[in-house]
Structures are given as C-alpha cells and as structure tokens.
Write a protein that binds this ligand. Structure first.
Ligand code: HEM
Length: 420
C-alpha cells in the first residue's frame, strides 16, 4: 500500500483576511504557488479547509457518497443570501424531494413563458428610457427581472413597490461576500422580503388570494415534505425567494454581457447578425465562464477518502474553486481570452464548466435555474444588440476581483437609448 500524499498547506491561524483581499483569486493564487490542485488552509475563524480545483475536482465535489451540504453555509450567508431551511442545506432524500419541486417548474413551457415575459418587459422599459438622458443598466436589468420573476412565479407586485422589492432582492445577492454595512443591508432586505412573501403565503393558504394552479407560487405554497406535511410559512418564503432572487441576479450577467459587447465590439456585430441563436448561445456561455460571479462552493466530507492520492478526512470543509475551474488552462484553451466560439467544440462536461455549479440537477445541488438563466440572458442580450441603439459614455468599467460579487464601478451607464 502506498502512503497518502501530503497536502500543501497555506500556513496561518486564519487566512480570512487574505481571502477578503484576494477574493476570486485567493484559491487560484495558492494553486499556482504550490503548483497543485489541492491545498489546506484555515478560514472562517480558524476552521480547517481544503480547497480543490482543476480536472476531476468537480467529479468528487458532486459525489453524494462523499459530500454533504448540511452545516456548510455560515450564518452570515443564511442571514442574507440563502435564508434558513432552504434546499441548499438539505441532503439525501429530503434534498431530492425538495429539489424536485424546483425542477418541476423548469418545464419547456414555463421557460418559454418567462422568456416571453422578459422580452416584453425590455420593450416596456425602453419607452421610459427614451425620455431619460442616461440609465444604469445593472439597476434597470434587475428591475426588469424583478417584475419578470414575480409575474412568472405568480407573486403579486404593485407598481409602487417595484423599486423596494428590486433593491431588496438585489441587496441579498450583493451581500454574499460582504462584512459590515453591505452585509447588514442584505440582512435587512431578507427580513423585509421574507415578511412580504410570508404575508402572501398566509393569504394563499387561507384562500384570501387566488393563485393559478400552474404558477410556481402555488406549487411552493402547497408543497408537502417527505412526511406529507406542508412546509412552515417561513420555509415557503425562503424557497419562493430562492426563485425570485436569482432571477434578479441574472441582471449582473446581462450587464457583463453589455460590457463584453462594448469591450469586444466584433462580438456585438456577430450577435446582431445571429440568425438561429447559435452565436447568442455561445456568447451567453462565454459571459458565464469569463466574468466573475461566484468564487467557490463548499461541501463537507462525509467520510475519510483519498483524492488523487491526497487524504481528505471526514467532517472537513472542502471548497470547490469555481472561478479557477472556469479559467483553468488545463481545461480551457486561452482561458483569459473572451472567445464565445470556444463553445462550438465544447464537450458539455457537467464538471469543467461550473458557473452555476455542476453535476446532476436532480440528485445534486447544481443550480435549478441554469436553463432560465441562459434563456433570459439570450433574450436580453439579443434585445440590446439587435433592437435598440445606445451610446456608451466615458465611465469606470473596472471591476474589483476582491469584491464578491463584483461589477463594473459604473454599473454600465448607457445614454441616448432609442429603438433601432
Ligand atoms: C445569475 C444567475 C445565477 C447564478 C450565477 C446561479 C448560481 C448558482 C450556484 C453557484 C448554485 C449552487 C450550486 C451548488 O451548490 O453546487 C445555485 C443553486 C441554486 N440556484 Fe442558481 N444561479 C443563478 C440563477 C438561478 C435562477 C434563475 C434560479 C431559479 C429560478 C436559481 C435557483 C437555484 C436554486 C433553487 C439553487 C439550489 C439548488 C440545490 O441546492 O439543489 N438560480 N445557483
């Protein structure tokens, strides 16, 4: 029997400060330093953590016999981004059952419907933008997706509340890597949003509010857990927000897509001339690969095992290097070049391209809304490229790689927006 290999160690009692400073590059920097796909360190108040990256890392991370999610998300994340008791922290049969609720909403008809709603909302929005000198694309896209998400899910949203709801859903997303005021804003936003949805669920369950049976809100409100009981109202609110919030998050990808069209103008021309969504599909995939969104994902080892000869002990928190995998030169040719055509030849691996997680949608934690994300990005980016014109004034497009999540400082300002 050969002895297990020694995992390289990034020393220090707690490297959280370095993580905050280096952000998306924290794991990739150390992988480079140790010339490895695995290292050990201490984060989150001195907790032992193993980081994994490169080929084969996704395969083990999404193996349910090796990893679990219960207890992974720190309270800070539950208080702002996720909420308590949602699908993200479930395992085994309970997870499969709850995940089936989400996946049952991702039918081709439902996806077609949300795409149509979003397309219409872009058309409505430009009527307003034509009367303005300038708009900030990130906020406008988030607003469009907030209205779209509510309409699609069956959640009533009055015009006078659109701004508050959009800002709250966006603040929960913006809080995920934050400490201090940004975290607190996310936390207060979550409290308000949960209260909003809890009130709605109360009315739905008491028949005071009618929801069409084919709407996601109906499905979640009346979902029964494995023991056949209805979910408590708070958990329903968390799961409804697990649909609404990430739809608003697509605004960031649309903003990055607009930035890509601006920085690489030939891609905009190709999008304009695209006939059958061949190019817009590749462009969308490349935006999701190239631009930073989630830096890493966490799971806890269920037992002792070896990976590539390295020992991983039961109960260790393991972080999958999402940003590093999407930019690995072992997995991608010229990973730091924005090149949508790379997806022409792509083999569709569920483990090497992980902007929204990997593995299986039903059995694992891969993002339930990946298909919706792709469709809403396509309809939105096609709208920006083909249907309207706008000027892009001088502004600060730079984005920090230590801020998680990140965005161009200017949030993409557009002027003189008009129909083409
Ligand atoms: C900007 C767009 C989005 C990004 C970057 C994103 C990213 C992610 C990531 C990284 C995960 C975790 C995967 C894992 O833990 O292994 C996830 C899970 C999830 N996402 Fe998304 N997502 C997006 C859009 C959506 C949309 C549009 C929906 C629903 C309409 C959605 C619903 C979910 C749900 C329910 C989960 C939990 C799945 C589970 O734990 O089994 N996401 N997403």
């Amino acid at each position: 029997m050969t002895a297990a290999k020694k995992i390289p160690v990034e020393k220090g009692l707690d490297n959280s400060l370095a993580l905050m400073k280096e952000g998306f590059y924290f794991i990739p920097n150390r992988m480079k330093k140790f010339n490895t796909n695995i290292f050990r360190t201490r984060l989150l108040g001195g907790q032992k953590v193993i980081c994994i990256s490169g080929a084969g890392a996704g395969e083990i991370f999404y193996d349910n016999t090796l990893f679990k999610r219960e207890g992974v998300a720190p309270n800070r994340i539950k208080e702002s981004l996720f909420g308590q008791g949602g699908v993200q922290g479930l395992d085994g049969a309970a997870h499969r059952h709850r995940k089936a609720l989400f996946m049952s909403q991702m039918t081709p008809d439902n996806i077609k419907e949300i795409r149509q709603i979003a397309g219409k909302q872009w058309e409505i929005a430009i009527e307003d933008w034509q009367n303005k000198d300038r708009i900030e694309l990130l906020y406008e896209a988030e607003k469009i997706f907030c209205i779209t998400a509510c309409q699609w899910a069956g959640v009533p949203l009055k015009a006078k509340n659109v701004m508050t709801r959009t800002k709250d859903l966006a603040a929960m997303i913006d809080a995920f890597g934050a400490i201090g005021p940004r975290h607190w804003e996310g936390r207060m936003a979550r409290n308000r949003a949960e209260k909003w949805i809890e009130d709605i669920i109360g009315k739905v369950r008491s028949n005071e509010m009618k929801v069409e049976e084919d709407k996601p809100l109906h499905a979640v409100a009346w979902h029964r857990d494995l023991n056949h009981t209805l979910l408590d109202v708070k958990t329903v609110a968390v799961e409804v927000l697990n649909l609404l919030r990430p739809i608003v998050a697509i605004g960031r990808y649309v903003m990055f897509g607009a930035l890509a069209m601006h920085d690489f103008p030939e891609t905009r021309e190709k999008l304009k001339n695209d006939k059958r969504e061949t190019y817009s599909q590749m462009f969308t995939q490349e935006v999701r690969r190239y631009y930073p969104f989630g830096p890493f994902l966490g799971a806890i080892a269920k037992k002792d095992f070896e990976w590539q000869g390295f020992p991983i002990k039961e109960d260790t928190l393991v972080l999958l290097d999402v940003h590093g995998i999407n930019h690995s030169s072992d997995l991608w040719e010229n990973p730091n070049t924005f090149w949508p055509e790379r997806f022409h030849e792509w083999d569709g691996s569920p483990f090497n391209f992980v902007p929204q997680g990997g593995g299986d949608y039903h059995d694992g934690h891969r993002c339930a809304g990946e298909w919706i994300t792709i469709e809403l990005m396509k309809v939105s980016l096609e709208f920006l490229a083909k249907r309207i014109s706008y000027d892009v004034p001088e502004q600060d497009f730079s984005y920090s790689m230590s801020r998680m999540p990140t965005m161009p400082k200017s949030r993409f300002i557009m002027e003189n927006v008009r129909w083409r």
